[in-house]
Design a protein around this ligand. Structure first.
Ligand code: PGA
Length: 252
């Protein structure tokens, strides 16, 4: 059985003060209930230390970064290395979000390197995959997602692969208010598990956490998470409101 997880991706939002308010409120909300899944918060990199300081006493959440350099260290102005994240107690890192693929031209080859750097530093990657609207309309969505996973991840051995979380995020559902139907999510998640099973065997596939992302909110989370192959969510917009995010966490 895969571990259940809800991860919040704050993207490029909030000033430092606003981020402090959000994290304090969120800790308060999460402490009120006993949640049944792992909670991960991914703030902008500048706020990782603050977020980790605020949350370390409560232990209600783990901390994740939104991106990492494919390089180990050195003259790469503006980049952040996996070793740096590890030294700041970061547990997870989102890799290959569709916004990084679209606006920053990240390729599966680069993502493979990023995942390598993270695994070397014992940070668990949350690897995003998902098709564009035109790819779904052309009936290519399964092929696209399979290729993203294969090209970026299938050179790892099963011991390494076991540390990777997959997030299926159909690009047409991100920030659009258009959620995949529970059936569409389940269908793709089951397909991803089959792809993993064909490569690494059933045991690894069953143990892999596969999150859904794309306009997941407090209203639709329960129905999405009730699908057998949906192990939780990667939440964008709704992670910026403490009560909404806590309600999603409590949807299990
Ligand atoms: P959204 O974003 O929940 O705002 O659609 C999800 C994501 O990009 O991870």
């Amino acid at each position: 059985m895969a571990n259940k997880m809800v991860a919040g991706n704050w993207k490029m939002n909030k000033t430092f003060q606003e981020a402090e308010e959000l994290i304090s409120e969120l800790i308060e909300e999460l402490e009120k209930s006993e949640h049944k899944c792992e909670v991960v918060v991914c703030p902008p990199a500048l706020y990782l230390e603050m977020t980790s300081d605020y949350s370390s006493d409560s232990g209600v959440m783990k901390i994740g970064a939104q991106n990492v350099s494919e390089y180990e260290k050195g003259a790469y102005t503006g980049e952040i290395a996996a070793g740096m994240l590890a030294s700041m107690n970061v547990d997870y890192c989102i890799v290959g979000h569709s916004e990084r693929r679209k606006y920053f031209g990240e390729t599966n080859k680069q993502l493979a390197l990023k995942v390598e750097r993270l695994l070397e530093n014992a940070i668990r990657p949350i690897f995003c995959c998902g098709e564009l609207l035109e790819e779904r309309e052309a009936g290519n969505h399964f092929l696209v997602v399979e290729k993203q996973i294969e090209e970026a991840l299938f050179h790892f051995g099963s011991d390494e692969f076991m540390n990777i979380i997959i997030a299926y995020e159909p690009v047409w559902a991100i920030g659009t208010g258009k959620t995949a139907t529970p059936d569409q999510a389940q269908e793709m998640h089951a397909f991803i598990r089959r792809v993993i099973s064909n490569k690494y065997g059933n045991e690894v596939a069953e143990a892999t956490t596969i999150l859904y992302g794309g306009s997941c909110n407090a209203q639709n989370a329960k129905e999405l998470f009730s699908n057998p192959d949906v192990d939780g969510g990667l939440i964008g917009g709704a992670s910026l409101k403490a009560k909404d995010f806590a309600a999603i966490v409590n949807s299990f």
